[in-house]
Design a protein around this ligand. Structure first.
Ligand code: BGC
Length: 331
């Protein structure tokens, strides 16, 4: 009997301690605000940039642009995002940032009602939310800053028509099927090639926005469709992964390659004749403009809600002409 009492006593104590521990941990997570913000109240505003994937090269360029504007304009900027692209993780971060009552949130738009509800929650809490890179038109976001993704997809299709002759069996590699910008890009691409009978899409795969994912998708497309003559990548690391996949599995095959974005490795591969064209976006320009727009939003509503940054088709001649090299900054 005595033993049982001790058991209940120790067990109860342990339970109590774990509850208190959990409360401290989750309370910290919920109400966590960067130390630096607390120590430097001299900043004018506290903004957060939430990316699709924290360490993705493309998103680091968005961050660079945003940081430059933040420094110039006395803004405290936090940059956060899932370690690996994952909508649920992104939404969790968005929710947490709304709870910390920052002055503004700049976030990649995500498909689904949960995103729309969170944007509404942000607005109710007086926090303006801007979508960047990917828009969700159905949400109450205050503005969108980024590429016109439908137009960018069309441009990839138009370049394919211009740069090839004869029948083309096309394999498309998208970052993620459930990313709105990828859906818009493929819609534009399909509309552009639709009237041209010699060009047909034979397969579509996902890369999970990684280079190795794109290399694997390349392998799978070539295996399933031996007729493939053109591969089109719709997110930043896809073109680089396509070249890796081709070099590994079919080094002697001539395949037309279309990429997205102008990361240094892409520029190098264009110079090397491994990539025929890339549809360049200007992520630093996006990041910079998003901070400026968020500052404007602190004072008043915007007249212009869709702010499109530049989009260009870049081929080898342009790279030589502009003197771009692997280390250049692109905005
Ligand atoms: C897209 C981003 C994506 C990135 C992945 C870009 O082309 O605009 O949404 O996260 O590729 O590398």
């Amino acid at each position: 009997m005595k033993g049982a009492k001790w058991f209940i006593f120790i067990g109860g104590g342990a339970l109590f301690l774990s509850i208190v521990g959990a409360m401290i941990y989750f309370g910290y997570k919920t109400f966590y605000i960067e130390q630096e913000w607390i120590e430097h109240p001299a900043y004018d505003y506290h903004f957060v940039l939430i990316s699709e994937e924290l360490d993705n090269d493309y998103w680091r360029l968005v961050e660079q642009g945003a940081r430059r504007a933040a420094e110039e304009k006395n803004i405290f900027l936090e940059y956060v995002g899932p370690r690996k692209a994952d909508n649920d993780q992104l939404l969790k971060r968005l929710d947490r940032m709304i709870a910390t009552k920052v002055d503004g949130i700049i976030v990649q738009g995500v498909e689904g009602s949960e995103f729309e509800e969170l944007v509404f929650k942000g607005i109710e809490n007086g926090i303006p939310i801007i979508t960047i890179d990917t828009d969700v038109k159905s949400s109450m976001r205050s503005a969108y800053i980024g590429t016109n993704n439908y137009y960018a997809g069309r441009l990839a299709g138009e370049m394919l028509i211009k740069q090839t002759t004869g029948n083309q069996s096309v394999g498309v590699i998208m970052g993620r099927f459930d990313a709105i910008n990828q859906q818009e890009r493929i819609a534009g691409f399909k509309d552009a090639i639709e009237p041209v009978e010699r060009i047909q899409i034979v397969g579509e795969k996902e890369s999970n926005i990684t280079q190795s994912g794109a290399a694997q998708a390349t392998y799978a497309l070539l295996k399933e469709h031996s007729t493939v003559t053109a591969l089109v990548g719709l997110s930043a690391l896809d073109g680089i992964g396509i070249v890796e996949g081709l070099q590994e599995f079919l080094p002697n095959r001539e395949v037309y390659v279309s990429a997205f974005d102008l990361l240094p490795a892409t520029t190098a591969l264009i110079k090397d004749d491994k990539i025929d064209v890339t549809i360049a976006q200007y992520p630093q320009e996006m990041g910079y403009a998003s901070i400026q727009t968020m500052i404007d939003l602190q004072q008043s509503e915007l007249l212009e809600k869709e702010i499109y940054t530049s989009t260009r088709a870049i081929i080898k001649e342009n790279i030589i002409e502009y003197g771009l090299d692997e280390h250049a900054q692109y905005d």
